[in-house]
Design a protein around this ligand. Sequence first.
Ligand code: JFZ
Length: 487
Amino acid sequence: MKKIISILLLCGLFAGTLAAQNTRRTSVPLQHGAHRLGPRTDAYMQKWREHGLGQFIHWGVYAIPGGHWNGETYRGAAEWIRSWNKMPKADYDQLYKQFNPKNFNAKQWARQAKEMGAKYMIITTKHHDGFCLWPSKYTDYTIANTPYKKDIIKELVEAYNAEGIDVTLYFSIIDWNHKGYRSAAPKTEADKAAYEEFKQFTRNQLMELLTNYPTVNGLWFDGSWDRAWIEQAPWVDELEGELRAFRPGLIIGSRFRADDHGKRHYDSNGDLIGDYDQTWERNMPETLKELNGVDWDCVMTIPENQWGYHSDWSLTYVKQPYELIEMLVKAVSLNGNLVLNFGPDGNGNIRPEEAHIAKEIGTWMQVNSEAVYGCKNSPWEKQGWGYYTQKGDNRLYLTVFNQPLNNKVRVKVPKCADDKKIVIVEKAWFLADKKAAVVKNGGRDKYGNVYYDIDSPVFKTGSPYVIVLEVREVDKDKKDEYQQAIM
Ligand code: JFZ
């Protein structure tokens, strides 16, 4: 008997262990894989999740050539111009001596971002070229040694925070300016020693940034794909721990460290490394399913692939405000944020095309931001007219991008788990004019799915518009009491 009990107990314990590990799809033993399964639950991350819209800024000395050198045009991403064979590196490395953005006005940028509706901003403290927009004491290649002299990161953090916008610091691991930087894994003793110095330098700069800018609550890492860096996984993991301990609540995405086997973003068990999926770079998921419940944001350029300032946008397709608004709503409908990139010029001007887009998005957000901030994916089945976003259990936002020719927006009502209940629309209105929307019975299909049709004439603005539905589950037999809402 005793034996049976202990066997049962053992089974119980074993089952318990299994249950605890259930969310790991396989179980490769890892010391440096995901340290948490499932999304963070703290208030910092909750706030991040509710941002909806962010602004990315790529700014550095590459803004001076703006995609051109010696009368020739570089067609790659402007911030990569140093790697172009027609750009002499020695010339590039002198550009900082001219960096003097006389029109730079941090408050103006912040106000513009605020008016656009951005809730967080990501600024390149240092891109691959190694030039630092803050006066780092660990290198001379910084803003302090330009004619401008002043700490741009400080100006930006203060100005954006004053507008209620959170600031995340972009930091490139790649640093073409540091003599210890290596891309390939160091092999010789000399290379190894040099790389050790580079690691310390990287650590020092990161601690310096967190120390100098105490309100910063996120780090956005880039250039972490080098073999040299990947092989440092245990050290990077330790550094991440140090950064997190230093700044409680710090948000770090999946683009910082690799796991024990060199896997990036998702570890060898398929679990997300870091706080959110950072792989959505100039592209977006289509379905919730492929996201596996992780947090994510999409960083998006306005031209096809220009982050830093390139003076000639005629070389590329340039996205329209409408498309970017659609990406924003789509991102939120799939539980993500959209971060829109700006590349100011060498004088500190935001180019007119970007200012125009910021204004158009802002105008739209003025009326419709309720459908974005704090909204999540809705279980209602997506229809061709656009996207659902949802707040709480009962409020749905329908952002219409494709106006149906019959001016009726059709919704498919989800079935209730309890088949004695039905979902009814209690209230419906348009965000654009606050007027009530008329919801009509749209019949059933052969599977018994219920449809409602919302009369939706085209709005004069011709821009995407939002219908709000307050829905509620009610007993089927009491449905008629509510039916006045549906004609
Ligand atoms: C990197 C940078 O090289 C680029 O200049 C810019 O800063 C961008 C935000 O990040 O570019 C990337 C990074 C990752 C991928 C592609 C380009 N990726 O994962 O496909």
